[in-house]
Structures are given as C-alpha cells and as structure tokens.
Design a binder for this molecule. Sequence first.
Ligand code: PLP
Length: 429
Amino acid sequence: MNKTKSEQLHKEAQEHIVGGVNSPSRSFKAVGGGSPVYMEKAEGAYFWDVDGNKYIDFLAAYGPIITGHAHPHITEAITKAAQNGVLYGTPTRLENQFAQMLKEAIPSLHKVRFTNSGTEAVMTTIRVARAYTGRNKLIKFAGCYHGHSDPVLVEAGSGPSTLGTPDSAGVPASIAADMITVPFNDPQALYDALEKWGDQIAGILVEPIVGNFGIVTPEPGFLETVNEYAHAKGALVIYDEVITAFRFTYGSAQQLLGVEPDLTAMGKIIGGGLPIGAYGGKKEIMDQVAPLGPAYQAGTMAGNPASMAAGIACLEVLQQPGVYDRFEELGVKLEAGILQHAKDAGVTITVNRLKGALAVYFTDEKVKNYLQASASDGEKFAQFFQLMLEQGINLAPSKYEAWFITTAHTEEDIDRTLEAVKTSFEKMK
Ligand code: PLP
C-alpha cells in the first residue's frame, strides 16, 4: 500500500504540531511507530486517504460516528445551522429541544447542561459532587479514562496507559491524592476503600460499561453494589457515559443495566460528530450549578447551534426502528468470524462484545478488569493492526480501544473485514 503522501504530511506535521498529532491516541507510537494515515474523505463506513487508498472504518472517530461518516440527515442539519449563524452567545430554541430529547431518553436526567467535550462534562460532575457533598475525595476504577482533567489523570486508561504514562506530569500530587483507584468488578476492594475513606468521598466515578480497556461489562450486581455502598456513605454515584450513551440502546447504559446514578456525563455520540459534552442528574444536585447554585461551570461554545442540530439529527437517526438490532446482528457475525479465524490459525485471542462494540485481546484470559486487559500482547496487537491496515481496515492504533460498527456498515463490509482478519491471523501464526 502506497503511503508516500501520508508520510510526507506526517513529516511536515511534526514541524508544526506537537508529535504531529492533536490527540496522543492518534499517533502510531503504540503500534510500532511510523506515520499515521492521513485521511482525506469519509463517507458511510469508508475512509479514503491522501494516497487514494480506501478503508473500511471501525474507529468511528473513537466512538461518535455511530451513523457512519457524513450521514445525509446530520450533514443537512449542520448545513442549516451554519447558514443561520454558528454561534450566538444567547440561549436558543435548539438547546431546549435537545435537552428535552436527552431527558426523555434518559430518565435520571432531571436537568442537563451542555459542554464542549466529554472531558469538561466529567470534570464538572466531579465539581458538582464535591459542591453537593462538601467532600473532596473520589473513587474511580483502574484503567478507566475519564478525559484529561487533572483529577482523573490518575491511573487513567486507554491513552495514558498505552503510552506507558499512567500518571501525567503537571498534575499536582495533592490533586492525585484525592483520587482513590480500585479494580473494576471488585466489590470487596470498593468496600475496603469506602471503609477507610467513606466519610470523605464525594463520589464514585464509573463507566457503567467500560469502553477504555476494550469493552467490559459489569458483573451481575456490581453496579447495584456501587450504588448501595456509595449511598450508605453519603457519596454520589457518577456515571461516565461518554462512550456508552446511545451506544447500546436508544438511551444510556444505565437503562440497559437497570441501575440509576446520581449524575451522568455524556459526549461523543450525542454530538453527531461535532464537539459536545453534557452532564445531568437529579434536580437537587444539578441546582448546585451556577447561576442557580455555587458550583461554577461555563462555556463560550457550550450549546452552540451546530452541535445541538447535529446531536438532534444523530438521535433522530438512532430512533429509527431496528438500529440496535442491526448492530447486534452485524456484531454477532463479526465476533463469530474473528473467533473462528483465530481458532483456525491457532492464534490465541479473547473477544468481548456488546451489540456493535467489540474488543479483541491477544490473551487467553477472560477480561473483566484492567489488569486482565493489560495482559493482551501489545506486540501481537501491533502486528495485527498493521496487517489489517495494509488490507484497508482501519482500527484504533491501541490494544485498549474498541471496534465500533456503525449504521453504515453492511454484511459485505463485515465479510471483507473477516477476509482481512483471516489473512492477518494466518500471517501471525
Ligand atoms: N470519558 C470517557 C469514558 C471517554 O472515553 C472519553 C474520551 O475518550 C472522555 C471521557 C473524554 O471525552 P473528550 O475526548 O470528548 O474530552
């Protein structure tokens, strides 16, 4: 595959942009280095790079592009919004409409606030939980990534772990000291942490279905235990649904799993591909936020008409009948094919999948927590990633990231992908 132009652009990028990328997870550092592919056009399930190569895309921009690239309904909504002016700095009708749509879809959201990113949304739920409880400490689960704000860059997941820097320089030790990390799916560890620090804990931050060390679902009863333990100690439960909201069902993981948090942070899918974040929760807690309450959060771009219009249009697409059943159908096919080809080639893997989100770990262990996900062989993943890319299949360049099926993927795309998987595994054995 010719990548001359990508290589040239990456050389230039390194002159101007730190590391040549605007988010570290886009670099190929974790998959043997080299130039990332520079994409030029995206439509439906496909990418075309600057050298004219075509790819089937399973990155989906790390999650948001659930309807495929350049979905006509979303593109039309963005175009209309742009024609009416992209930023007002005043309230708009679209914000009301979208907030109402989110509330209807996710009943635990009594009130919401829009932000510009998932990072901001999570960061603010932490501030609000602290304001509401008058406490400072938090609990999170090892390997879970919650954006790049200071309090959560402590034993963070996909990005930092992939780069071998679990804690970031520049985060004061005093801030990190307020974050207690326990393994996911381990009720005893959570109990122990709460016994020790319970009266100081403002909130427990959890991805109800983990999307940052592959795809890991909670063990039966685990999230109920999180709620029970947290509330017994007067702490709040904060769900980070930045990946999971509208991923597995029309609504959030909390509905799928039947457990309600006190606060929820969202992002990615709800922006239809434009920058967005949102958080919400119980009325009495959300009323802590300015201008009603003492917890400050703001944003020049927050709730901008283009992001609102794109988000509304994206949810309208997801409301169409059969969308999530189709993810399941294609997901089953993809998972079964990957497992079969691995078996035939004698390559050891574990696959975790829920609906259209799937993770391939190069390990024979079951993966229920970060430690087990970390056991996935990074060199094997790097080899697999490069072999797939050579055959025109675009995956995330990290062993911790999931594959995402979109509404644009077809049976034929899955067949083509499975042929590439077969060839890759045969070359790896
Ligand atoms: N929370 C989770 C679970 C995420 O996966 C991410 C991003 O990958 C974030 C928060 C941060 O979102 P953003 O990149 O929009 O700031």
